[in-house]
Design a protein around this ligand. Sequence first.
Ligand code: NDP
Ligand code: HSE
Length: 438
Amino acid sequence: MKPIHVGLLGIGTVGGGTFNVLRRNQSEIQRRAGRGIEITVVADRDVAKARALVGDAAKVVDDAFAVVRDPDVDIVIELIGGYTVAKDLILAAIDHGKHVVTANKALLAKHGNEIFARAREKGVMVAFEAAVAGGIPIIKSLREGLTANRIEWIAGIINGTSNFILSEMREKGLPFETVLAEAQRLGYAEADPTFDIEGIDAAHKLTIMSAIAFGIPMQFERAYTEGIANLTKDDIRYAEQLGYRIKLLGITRRTPAGIELRVHPTLIPTKRLIANVEGVMNAVLVKGDAVGATLYYGAGAGAEPTASAVIADLVDITRMATSAPGNRVPHLAFQPDQLSDTPILPMDEVETSYYLRLRVYDRPGVLADITRILADHTISIDAMVQKEPAEGEDQVDIVLLTHRTIEKHTNAAIARIEALPSVAGKVTRIRLEELGRH
Ligand code: NDP
Ligand code: HSE
């Protein structure tokens, strides 16, 4: 059978990895796909760079729109990134009847509903395994492997850059900026690294997983997002002393009142496998009603791990290209007319546990004031530690762990605690998840 022809848009970190892995494993991949998969044309802004990478194995052009219109191209891979040109290119490719593979989670989280609707209209596939957790086949697992289950919740370390930063800070005591620069050098970080640090990239990925897990439309604008920039060495150390590790976690959970969709630094018991995921590695914990908890682990970013996911999509499309559109796996796992309108729960209504750190004047009665306020808001304390004051200082750190409570109650209690004359400065609040029964 004639090989399937692929146009590659953007030959940077992931595009370069995809080109190399496809060439290296060509014959093995062909044995699996049932026909050859050839990148016949590459578009990049930097034609000289692209030519140096591709040699004479494919045509190189600078106009990506020429590729999406090319009648000789069957599948378009979009690896440019961003919301603007990438969106125009994907929609144009769909309109020209091409199947699309993309790693662009930002675009899908914001415009996925429109893109999938257009793809359905035109009877083409849009595949996006690489968009979530790099090389881990989490989309396939959620959409196909766990299809028998009612998914209850997902909790994941889904941003390699921020996990790399937290690991290096904790293990080597390196400063934040040094580790971020290294993540950028290694090609892990987004074009705008604030997406990584502020939890936005993780929220993009969580939005996609949540849609697939619960059969709801993509609703990135309703995701709660908090990044790692304000974490201090003291909090990382205190958490360790209490048996917890701090990770930037994306959590989506089905509750009777709605679906939680939140990304924030989270204390996790050190004894949990996921707490020990370090560096650029990602891990996603999925709780299904039938299967129980399942854990998926692997490289969350980087050229070849991400290429692994891009090529898996190429093979899937190659196998399914001749099947009737109605027989293919739906983009969001559920049939499009079966998506539900379950609301996303506002963060104020979310139930979780908390780590609270307060700096107080070392005077009698301080603890009683604090515990009274917590009790007034029906917040019960799980553990409390008072640190020794430094030599000559009259202020001490108090660390409290709470049982599960509703976020708005915690916020109200924190406001009252901060107003106490015996409390110095702001209360540090980090959410805590046991990742067990709940
Ligand atoms: P890079 O910046 O390394 O690569 C993007 C490439 O596209 C560059 O070569 C760039 O050229 C080129 N480009 C930009 N604009 C155009 C255009 N208009 N026409 C043609 N080419 C263009 O990005 P990555 O490979 O890191 O990321 C690509 C996508 O994959 C993004 O959506 C990202 O979020 C996603 N992703 C990345 C991962 C990673 O580990 N890096 C992992 C998972 C997903 P120039 O350099 O001249 O700008
Ligand atoms: N910047 C992303 C990360 C790339 O660090 O996880 C993979 O999506």
